[in-house]
Design a protein around this ligand. Structure first.
Ligand code: HEC
Length: 111
């Protein structure tokens, strides 16, 4: 009986750990919102609003911008110019988060 109980305990613990790990993986949209990119940019097609939507570009159509994933990553690290300018802020999260977020931004095609 003791053995059965410990097997059940192991199964339960393994299950809890696996679900914790999968829950931690954020989507590009989560990363965008958590990084507060929406203090400047709205993404209307994703129901993301910005109080300064009139001042900064909406990113709903960024997937059609022709910018490659590599250059978009560099741009958000302030190492590449778009429209002759560097991005005003440098992304503060990890490289992995930046990649996930840029991959998501490049899927956005509203037109
Ligand atoms: C302080 C305001 C501000 C914040 C915060 C901000 N941006 Fe920007 N972003 C800008 C400005 C200004 C531009 C340049 C617009 C231009 O070239 O006319 C820009 C341009 C961009 C572009 C290129 C758009 C295009 O089509 O040319 C992308 C992509 C982008 N930002 C993503 C992000 C992401 C992702 C974040 C969050 C990590 C972020 N921005 C945070 C102000 C901001």
């Amino acid at each position: 009986m003791k053995k059965v109980k410990s097997i059940i305990a192991i199964v339960v613990v393994t299950f809890l750990f696996t679900s914790m790990i999968t829950a931690e993986k954020s989507t590009g949209k989560d990363i965008f919102v958590n990084a507060k990119c929406n203090t400047c940019h709205a993404i209307k097609s994703q129901d993301i609003t910005s109080k300064q939507a009139d001042k900064y570009p909406d990113l709903s159509n960024f997937g059609n911008s022709g910018v490659s994933e590599e250059n978009a990553i560099k741009y958000l690290n302030k190492e590449f110019d778009i429209n002759g300018k560097k991005h005003p802020v440098k992304f503060k999260g990890s490289e992995e988060e930046l990649k996930t977020m840029v991959e998501w931004l490049l899927t956005l095609k509203s037109e």
